[in-house]
Design a protein around this ligand. Sequence first.
Ligand code: ATP
Ligand code: MG
Length: 416
Amino acid sequence: MIINIPKGTKDILPSESYKWQWLESRIRETAARYGFKEIRTPMFEHTELFARGIGDTTDVVQKEMYTFEIAERSLTLKPEGTAGVVRSYIENKLYAEPQPGKYFYIIPCFRYEKMQKGRQRQFHQFGIEIFGSENMMADAEVIGLAWDFLTGLGITDLKLHINSIGCPNCRGEYRKALQDFLRPHYDELSETSKGRFEKNPMRILDSKDPDDKKFSEGAPRMIDYLCDECKAAFEDLKNDLDALGIPYEVDPNIVRGLDYYTKTAFEFISEDLGAQSTVCGGGRYDHLVEEVGGPYTPAVGFGMGLERLLLILEAKGIEIPKPAGCDVFIATLGERPKTFGLKFAKDLRAKGYSVLTDVMGRGLKAQLKYADRSDARYTVVIGDDELEKGVVTLRDMDNSTQKEIAIDKIEEEIHR
Ligand code: ATP
Ligand code: MG
């Protein structure tokens, strides 16, 4: 029986994995420049954490989680990164360390969704979080890092959309206005949206249901209901982005409609992605740490989809550098040369060279053919007679020249 890969997942083969490694090293380099430290949390958490952390009126929690029971506990594979980091921040009392706490992660995420281009069931995110700052400079730094990272990769036509979704202070009045607006159509809303009408009506604006969309048209906008503090914060953010020279568009339709999300919401959108156009989404969540049981700690962060990022790079024809082939292939003919070659490979590897030798027991001709295909820079051919004389044949694979050379001169030669 052939066992296939689960739907919505992908193998990352060596022909692709170098791209991931390259991307990850760019992420680590960017995070280091901004002073973010890596945090690694478990692949699964108690289901309750996500229900509270992401919000139990969201699609992710209501429909998309990989939840399983074991020993009468309900556990869930991470659908996103923030909740786990928040749990860890509280549990390890990271709030007692000098603030702000600045963390980044590169993780697989799991969501049971319909497969589409740029939409998988296991996908990967680069995320960052800043804890402890109420100041909009933190938001500007989070957005600035994403901008710096993405433009640094050569993606220069991204659109940054920003919005403010207010705070518990101003959201009450807005909520009422939104409910009043939607109420005449309550019976015609989707079942999911009916369920959200009382608990979290802002989520209805995010619905993909065509009827919900129709009735949401012309709905009141949070941005028109902001309290003085939220208004001032939004002005601060815009000023900071201006100072950083980062272009943006105010988009009142961005809803990250969770109760704990506050003020800043933003998305980076790419025209290269088709329907799944958002490559990075983030915002402020001043009340999440409290909600999960910690002390009041304002926070802001983003999550960036790495599959979508690679799709953009591909669409733009941005080349990811291929790793170099190996330095030396050692081909041998005869028993004594074979043993010598084994040891010689070990010595060269100890000096830092990447070395391939035959482990298939092939004849010399087949070894040389393999050497040709393995992108080796040099091939060393060792035969019995030559070994007797203390020489080998060194073949320069780039220009197909070869010469006899003393064994103890090889390193000097290939080092050049
Ligand atoms: P979408 O509206 O596309 O479903 P989302 O709002 O659910 O996105 P977030 O929870 O904000 O996405 O996750 C942050 C980023 O992670 C997204 O902008 C996207 O790049 C990526 N992402 C989310 N879900 C998937 C998925 N199923 N497959 C691949 N990437 C994803
Ligand atoms: Mg989604």
